[in-house]
Design a protein around this ligand. Structure first.
Ligand SMILES: CCCCC/C=C/CC(=O)SCCNC(=O)CCNC(=O)[C@H](O)C(C)(C)COP(=O)(O)OP(=O)(O)OC[C@H]1O[C@@H](n2cnc3c(N)ncnc32)[C@H](O)[C@@H]1OP(=O)(O)O
Length: 359
């Protein structure tokens, strides 16, 4: 069977998620097939002999001669599929979602078997959330709420699930100064969390490694949280001169009781996956060696349940406290806006940026 345009687009996304570097030879093959599939036979002048990299790329593309675009597309999909299988990617291999991909590679959205998967893809930065990523996640949730998938999943690529807010977000100060920065940050935070409160379908977190900050707090707004036994859950807000967000000031005491919530949110106690499960934040913990396999088998089975029934049942559960959650989100965002202007917070950020402090 020939590869469709959708298969091809999906393969171009899978390439970004490969765990192992496939090596230069394979990368050149991928490059050449991609160019041939999208532009046809090599149509640019040959680079000079000293321009080694571009010459190698040109040679690889040119070597494909008049290979038809469809064949190149098919070969590209086949090659990516063999690489994905051998790289033991922690990400689901999925055919194309009928959706626009986010503006950067830091977020990858795929759809298969009734499941839309949103993958944080900045493994070298432990999947820290940039301002762009907050916007892209909101767009991805918006699209997932309307697509034909039954379940939506958020997960991370690499050894971390997410290290929370990217602390370099604080360094991009607009002409309005730090007050304007804090104001726009609070608006973005509120909008971001609102999308999780309102998300209409079952929302599942597949926590593939340690989670920090906002990636932990919003778990209280997910319907199911599956975690590898390697995951930890850390909300060091006091250490950072900050305060809880993601509705955790309400959801955490409700889930685990006020004193356990205080240990996490005020004193920054880091929980193991098993502790988080005992306290009700995590639904189930799986051994790291079988985590991906077991979780996806389970989710694929759930995704075959009648989607409308699941959607309506979720909403019945959520609707009882939607209004309250929105009010809490607004309040937490306002308080954080002030915290971001505090010396305690600024010192903590400067300290991290100057590589003096890690969690
Ligand atoms: C709209 C705005 C909303 C804001 C909402 C507010 C949210 C609050 C929070 O989320 S608070 C949590 C903030 N997160 C942190 O404080 C984590 C900071 N990171 C660390 O302490 C450590 O990096 C670690 C414990 C997560 C991992 O340590 P490890 O030693 O394993 O790895 P490295 O430190 O070498 O990290 C690898 C590179 O990743 C960069 N990085 C990691 N986390 C972040 C981050 N949160 N922000 C920015 N950059 C991060 C780290 O700097 C390394 O980069 P380098 O290789 O270029 O040095």
């Amino acid at each position: 069977m020939r590869a469709s345009q959708e298969d091809f687009e999906n393969a171009t996304n899978q390439v970004k998620l490969l765990k192992k570097d496939p090596g230069n030879e394979v990368k050149l093959k991928l490059y050449a097939l991609y160019k041939q599939a999208t532009e046809g036979p090599c149509n640019v002048p040959k680079p000079g002999v000293l321009d080694f990299i571009n010459k190698a790329k040109w040679d690889a593309w040119n070597a494909l001669g008049s290979l038809p675009k469809e064949t190149a597309r098919h070969n590209y999909v086949d090659l990516v599929s063999s690489l994905s299988a051998s790289s033991e990617s922690s990400i689901q291999v999925t055919p194309a979602a009928d959706r626009k991909q986010p503006g950067s590679d830091a977020l990858v959205v795929t759809s298969q078997d009734g499941i839309t998967t949103i993958t944080l893809n900045r493994p070298d930065k432990k999947n820290a959330l940039t301002t762009q990523m907050y916007h892209d996640i909101m767009l991805a949730l918006e699209a997932a709420s309307k697509d034909d998938s039954a379940i939506t999943v958020l997960t991370g690529n690499g050894d971390y699930y997410c290290s929370g807010n990217d602390l370099t977000n604080f360094t991009d100060i607009p002409p309005g100064g730090v007050e304007e920065k804090a104001r726009s940050g609070a608006v973005l935070l509120r909008d971001f969390v609102d999308r999780f409160i309102d998300f209409p379908k079952p929302l599942v977190a597949v926590v593939n490694g340690p989670a920090v900050g906002i990636s932990v707090t919003i778990l209280g707004l997910f319907d199911i949280v599956y975690a590898t036994d390697r995951a930890t859950f850390h909300t060091p807000f006091s250490h950072l001169g900050q305060s809880p967000e993601g509705c955790s000031s309400y959801t955490f005491p409700k889930i685990m009781g006020p004193s356990k919530a205080t240990e996490m949110l005020v004193f920054g106690k880091k929980l193991t996956a098993r502790e988080a499960c005992t306290q009700g934040l995590v639904t189930e913990v799986f051994p790291d060696s079988t985590f991906q396999k077991e979780v996806w088998v389970r989710l694929k089975a759930y995704s075959k349940l009648p989607p409308n029934a699941m959607r309506i049942s979720k909403q019945v559960i959520r609707n009882t406290e939607k209004e309250k959650l929105h009010a809490i989100n607004a309040e937490e965002s306002n308080i954080l806006r002030e915290r971001w202007l505090s010396d305690e917070c600024m010192n903590a950020v400067v300290s991290f940026l100057s590589k003096k402090a890690k969690l």
